[in-house]
Write a protein that binds this ligand. Structure first.
Ligand code: ADP
Length: 458
């Protein structure tokens, strides 16, 4: 098993080595070929020069003597080749001994395979298109190189190898750096998922990646951690809420009934009524939970019909004026004019939505308070706002108020309810493709905003 960074580094380095080997090989072959070609051209020019020189000498002297062109011998000796001058009958005029140059040859430096094998080439010496003699040029290699030539070729090869090694070094550094850019965020996410699986929802990835996919991955894991943390808080809260909601009426019943059995409390009609109310309240809670279960299982079938939201809300507000009046709460209904507030929905269910919201306003707004209901149109939505200047909701409670059995601390102890109303509201609205948002400030008031999708015909 390897880490990602190790794997990536190995991959990078292997690719680099392969590329460098290929480039080195290619450059080396090309340079050697071109260089050899250049040397062959040089050699051919030299042959030509020797022949022309001898032709000129013959033209001048008109015959071959022991000294004709003998000065070429020195250059030939220095250049590691052997010259033999022959007359037109192929009889040697003068010649060099191949053994003289053999000793000074640096055979290892020769680039060709036939090094060390003595071969000669014969060239005609012509004057006025007539062959007057021959010159044999012999050498121990098909391509002759001076020490400088060999050094030049060596230094080119050395630079190719050095630049290859340097490239490898640089690429290795880069590959380590870049593979870390991949592996660090991934191992961070892996570490975080292990933490999440252990129930440590607080962990967050901190390493910032500028690779889009990795950044997305990190962000989604962070969001996942947030959601898991939220669900965990919710689960703990739900257990305590359920036990609270069920325990309280049961305790009241048990204590009262025990007191009656022990004869501490007299069994009166009022007492029995009171206990019955507790049983009814308990029954309501179970009923609401049942309704919720059906919504969540999506087994509730909605009866869709066209609803004129302005008339519909006005009617529900009418039913509330009396209750609001009892608590001296002012109800304001503002409907933006010149619009058709047409939606498609289930009247009974939507009525439940507004009843729940309005009842909450009455519950959580002090005497003399105000409830405002606004209806207006936005580009693609019909918007309903229900706001009050009541007790408001604590910031830490806000994210949870739509959850089952969630009740703000204040309402939990002082105000009747069971924390299911808003969960039902949200579920009904979701079935209508509508959304609900809440804004609230403790002590200042609360505003619920519902966005209904506009009906196509409206
Ligand atoms: P219930 O009203 O039965 O407690 P809900 O689900 O209707 O349950 O509301 C959940 C919680 O949201 C309430 O307990 C309360 O803390 C808070 N809440 C809802 N509406 C308002 C409001 N208009 N003003 C202040 N708090 C509210």
């Amino acid at each position: 098993m390897h880490s990602i960074s190790k794997r990536l580094s190995i991959l990078f380095i292997m690719c680099t080595i392969a590329a460098i080997l290929l480039v080195t090989l290619f450059v080396n072959i090309t340079v050697t070929n071109k260089f050899n070609q250049y040397m062959v051209d040089l050699q051919n020019k030299r042959y030509q020069r020797i022949v022309t020189y001898l032709e000129d000498v013959y033209k001048r002297e008109g015959k071959w003597t022991k000294d004709t062109g003998i000065e070429l011998m020195h250059e030939a000796y220095m250049g590691n080749y052997c010259l033999t001058l022959l007359d037109q009958n192929k009889k040697p005029v003068w010649g060099m001994d191949p053994n003289d140059i053999r000793i000074q040859l640096n055979k290892d430096a020769m680039p060709v395979q036939d090094k060390g094998v003595y071969t000669t080439k014969s060239f005609d010496i012509k004057v006025k298109s007539k062959i007057v003699g021959y010159v044999d040029i012999g050498q121990y290699s098909s391509i002759l190189m001076t020490e400088e030539d060999v050094n030049f070729k060596d230094s080119i090869n050395k630079s190719i190898v050095i630049s290859g090694a340097l490239t490898l070094l640089i690429i290795s550094g880069f590959s380590l750096y870049f593979s870390k850019q991949f592996s660090n965020p991934i191992s961070e996410v892996a570490r975080m998922s292990v933490n999440l699986s252990k129930g440590n929802f607080e962990s967050k990835t901190s390493i910032k990646s500028n690779i889009i996919e990795l950044k997305d991955l990190q962000e989604s894991v962070n969001v996942l951690a947030g959601k898991l943390k939220y669900q965990d808080t919710l689960r703990k809260r739900l257990v305590s809420d359920i036990s609270h909601e069920i325990r309280t009426p049961l305790n009241v019943l048990q204590n009262n009934l025990e007191a009656m059995i022990d004869g501490v409390y007299p069994v009166t009609i009022e007492k029995l009524h009171y206990l019955n109310e507790e049983v009814i309240r308990f029954g309501k809670l179970i009923n609401n939970l049942n309704i919720l279960k059906e919504f969540e299982a999506e087994s509730t079938k909605l009866k869709y019909e066209t609803i004129y939201l302005d008339e519909f809300i006005a009617e529900i507000c009418n039913d509330f004026y009396l209750d609001a009046d009892k608590k001296s709460i002012k109800v304001d209904l503002t409907i933006q004019s010149n619009h058709m507030y047409l939606i498609s929905g289930d009247k009974d269910q939507l009525k439940q939505v507004f009843i729940n919201l309005f009842s909450n306003v009455l519950k959580f707004t002090e005497q003399g308070g105000r409830m405002q209901v606004k209806l207006y149109e936005k580009v693609k939505n019909i918007v309903v706002e229900v706001s009050d200047n009541g007790i408001g909701i604590k910031q830490e409670d806000l994210p949870f108020i739509f959850e089952r059995l969630y009740r703000g601390d204040m309402s939990r102890h002082q105000i009747e309810g069971n924390g299911i109303g808003l969960t039902i509201v949200k579920n009904i609205l979701q079935l209508h493709n509508a959304s609900i948002d809440v804004e609230s400030k403790e002590g200042k008031g609360t505003k619920f905003t519902i966005h209904f999708p506009k009906n196509e015909i409206s």
